[in-house]
Structure formats: C-alpha cells, structure tokens
Design a protein around this ligand. Structure first.
Ligand code: ACM
Ligand code: ZN
Length: 501
C-alpha cells in the first residue's frame, strides 16, 4: 500500500514544498475548507506576501479532505492539487501537503498574430495552466502577420489586417506578405472582439490567472502601417515607405494611434503590467525620414537608436499615467527606460542579468531554454520548427536566478510559444506539453527539490492524463537518446550521448 501511496503522491506537478505520505486512501468526496491552524500559520509566517497569498495546506485522510489557506487563491491552488491527483491516480492517497510558490510570475505567452487560435483554444490552455499552477497568460496580440484585437478608434487595424493571403505564416511570406479583409479570396485569419477578450480575462481571473496583453512597438508592426500609413516613415521627398517593419517615432500620428490603442487595451485588461514589445526594431527607415530627423534634432540625439528609447519612455509615461506598469522585451533596456519597467529577458539570460543589476524586475524567458517553438527532439522526427533543441530535460534544468542576479528582482519565469511554424491549435498543444510541465515546476517548486528522473516519471503520467482529457501532446515514448540526454543544442557528429533517465 505504501508503494501505491508514494507513487500517487509523487505525481504532482509542480512538486509541492512539503509533503508527508500517510497510511491509506481517501474515500471522501467532500472538501472542507477550515480556518488556518497554528501549525500552518507558523509554517507560512515568514513568507513573502505573494507566497502567503497562494499558500495552502491540504490534509487528506481516509474519510476527509481538508484545505487550510490564507486566501481564496490558496484554496484554489489546493483544489487544483486534488484535481491533478484525481486525474493521475485511481485513489486519492492520504497525505499532508504544505505548499506555496517560488516565483510570483509563472507565465506562458501565446502568439496569436502568426496563428489565430480562438477563444476555445485559449480557455483550454488556461485550464491546463490552472492545473499546473501557472498564473500569467501573455497574449501577443499584434505583429506584421495580423492584428488580432478589436480597436474601435482605429477599426482598419482589424478590417484591413486581421486576415492574410496564406493560411499559414510561410504561405503568407511566400505570397509576398499580403494582408486582407475578411472574405477576400484566399484570406484566412480572424481577431478577438472586446467581448471575446473580456470573456477570456474573466475566465482566467476565475482561475487566478492574469492576462497580460502585448501591443508591439516600434518593430514587428508592418500591419499597422498597412492600415494607417500615417504611422510610417517617409522618404526625404515625402513618399510613404510602404511595407516598413517599424513605426515612425518622429510622427505624432504614431503616438496618437498607440495611445488610443493602449487606452482601449487597458479598458479590457485589468492587468497591472502592460506589454509594449520593443524587440527587433530594424530602425532602417529612421535615418533619412524627415519626421525622425526632426525628432532627433529636437531631442539632441546623435544616434537613431535613441529614437527607440524616446518612444518607449513616452509610452511608459502614458501607461503609468493610467496606473499601470510596462513590461517589454530586453531591447528596451538598451535605450533607457525607467526603473519601474519590467524587463523580459529573451536573448538568452544576459538581458535579465543586466536589467536586474540596473534595478529592474525581470521575467526570465531565455530563448535558449524557454522557447517552446524550438525543437523538442531531433529535426528528422519532428514537425518543422525554429531554433535549437529545447528538450524536456534541458528546459527542466533551467535555473532562472543566474549567478550575479539579485533573487528579489526575479519576478518569475515564462515559456514563449511563437507560432510562425505552428499553424494550428493542435500543433500548439503538441509543442507545449509536456514542456510546460517543466516550466511549471521551475516556476513553483523550490530549486533544491527539483530532480529530473523523478520529474520524468511524473511527466509521463500527467501527459497520459492530459491526453485522456483531450490535449494533443508530444509522445515521450518516442523521445530520442539525444533529447533524453538533456544535451544543449544539436551536438556535432560523434559526440557521445549519455542517457541516464
Ligand atoms: C522575440 O522572440 N523576438 C521576443
Ligand atoms: Zn520616421
């Protein structure tokens, strides 16, 4: 019996802070929430406020299931532990669990621009996130491949760019990046209405998940210029630079649009953090654009890169004046941004390290470890993907607090799912599960409790449960030796591969 109990108890992902197996299995159905006892209060007394908020104790006996929690959020996390144990075990094992999160930000980003997946898909992933105790859903709502959010003050953003010719990203690229209106021959796409998004926000909030909207700027914005050419740079002769990737930071029309969009976005999303993108601006059209040159002269700038800083700081001020904070990709650190801005490290970990040293809070989502659009196994056996190998074992080994970082500045960790190579909801799930299990454990469980071999056994079980409840997952039974070895990147020919899982 004890073997069964241990087996069942150890199924939980993320692993709890403390657990004690007890004799027997539970036959009770009813869950009782009782006032916190002294022992639980003592155990949680010195925690950070965000940890207290989510802390719970779960006492499962043969005839009773009891939750103690300091808030309804803690109670919710306890209920999800019970739900997960019921999914993976035929009997609920008797035990005591005392638990709280390591990080306050435990996130997943979905790229809805490159492939529009719809409300039902998002709600389904929110359900999975809740089961895994993740608490931040970041939606990448606009990019050159399509604008996905209803904006009343600028209706052409969706009317002209929420559809494209080419059902997937590469067909669209091959066809010359043609954006379209709904119903145009060969058009595919869609967008979220405000009602859709409010429904998603409410659904997430009921599960204690915050939805962070991302509005990209100044790069990745070809579609905005297509709908409203006044946000584009011009040539020295005054001709609009059609098809440009970046917005024009010299034009006041750019700020009028962005502020209007952000105002509507903040009306939909109560999130304290608003993502303003900031990555990969090419700045190619800024050198000789008269409006950009005038802005540089007015501000005393000598380098066009300073225009990116100008834009981000001006937008930051606007967002702050509405009682919110910005979060942006790590490029925004390079051109000056107030300390209050949260920096999301994606080009490896150096952005996060530099940002934390400069006094910013950081969210760690390095492409090396947390990009789940990268291959999870050998190129020859997997659907086309981008980037390097990010196997389950490799991503599980990620430690968000790098040497030299102040742990207090690390707000959390996040997985990103860019969707250039991921055209369907089913494919998106295939890339997420089981890797999102690893992210959840890195984000919630104490670092010293993480251990890959035991995690792999739990992941196999939870993955089977996920399949049973309708998720499309990667098949861990086909994992290659290379993926199982946890090696970083595809190694050169002849490098020995050691599997010890
Ligand atoms: C990014 O992957 N360009 C943030
Ligand atoms: Zn310009």
């Amino acid at each position: 019996m004890i073997t069964v109990l241990l087996f069942c108890l150890l199924q939980l992902i993320p692993l709890p802070v403390e657990f004690t197996p007890e004799q027997g299995v539970c036959t009770a159905d009813r869950i009782t929430v009782k006032q916190c006892g002294r022992s639980f209060k003592r155990a949680t007394a010195d925690l950070e406020a965000f940890q207290k908020q989510e802390a719970y104790r779960l006492t499962i006996k043969p005839g009773s299931i009891v939750i103690e929690a300091l808030s309804t959020e803690g109670e919710f996390r306890a209920r999800k532990s019970i739900e997960q144990m019921r999914l993976t075990c035929s009997d609920l094992p008797c035990c005591t669990i005392t638990d709280w999160p390591r990080f306050r930000h435990r996130g997943l980003m979905l790229d809805e621009s490159r492939s529009f997946k719809g409300v039902e898909f998002i709600k389904k992933q929110i359900d999975a996130m809740a089961l895994l105790k993740l608490n931040v859903l970041h939606l990448h709502l606009d990019d050159s491949a399509g604008w996905r959010i209803q904006i009343d003050s600028y209706p052409d953003l969706t009317a002209k760019t929420a559809w494209r010719i080419g059902w997937d990203y590469f067909a669209w690229e091959k066809g010359g990046y043609k954006l379209a209106a709904e119903g145009a021959p060969g058009a595919s796409g869609g967008f979220y209405s405000k009602e859709d998004l409010k429904e998603i926000v409410a659904y997430a909030a009921q599960r204690f998940i915050t939805v962070i909207p991302e509005i990209e700027m100044p790069g990745h914005s070809m579609e905005v210029g297509y709908a409203y050419p006044e946000v584009l740079c011009t040539t020295p002769q005054g001709r609009v630079r059609k098809g440009a990737w970046d917005l024009c930071p010299g034009s006041e029309a750019t700020f009028k649009l962005l502020e209007s969009v952000l105002k509507e976005v903040m009306d939909i999303f109560p999130s304290p953090l608003i993502h303003i993108g900031g990555d990969e601006a090419t700045m190619k059209t800024w050198h000789d654009c008269p409006a950009c040159r005038a802005r540089m002269e007015q501000e005393g700038y000598t380098d066009v890169r300073q225009l990116q800083g100008y834009m981000i700081r001006r937008i930051e001020k606007f967002v702050r004046s509405h009682g919110r904070r910005i979060i942006g990709w790590d490029e925004i650190l390079e051109t000056g941004v107030p300390k209050d801005a949260v920096i999301q490290s994606w080009r490896g970990v150096s952005g996060g390290i530099n940002a934390s040293k400069a006094g910013h809070e950081v969210v760690m989502s390095p492409n090396t470890h947390c990009y789940y659009n990268y291959y999870q196994d050998l190129i020859r056996k997997e659907p086309a993907a981008c980037g390097e190998l990010v196997s389950l074992r490799f991503t599980y080994g990620y430690e968000p607090v790098a040497a030299g970082m102040d742990p207090a500045r690390v707000r959390g960790v996040q997985a990103n799912l860019w969707c250039e190579y991921i055209p369907t909801p089913k494919h998106a799930e295939y890339m997420l599960y089981p890797r999102l299990f690893a992210l959840a454990e890195t984000a919630w469980s104490p670092a010293e409790r993480k251990e890959y071999k035991a995690f792999r056994r739990r992941a196999l079980n939870l993955l089977e449960a996920f399949r049973k409840i309708g998720y499309n997952t990667f098949d861990m039974s086909t994992e290659s030796d290379l993926a199982r070895s946890g090696m970083q990147r595809f190694p050169p020919e002849g490098v020995p591969i050691i599997v010890d899982d």
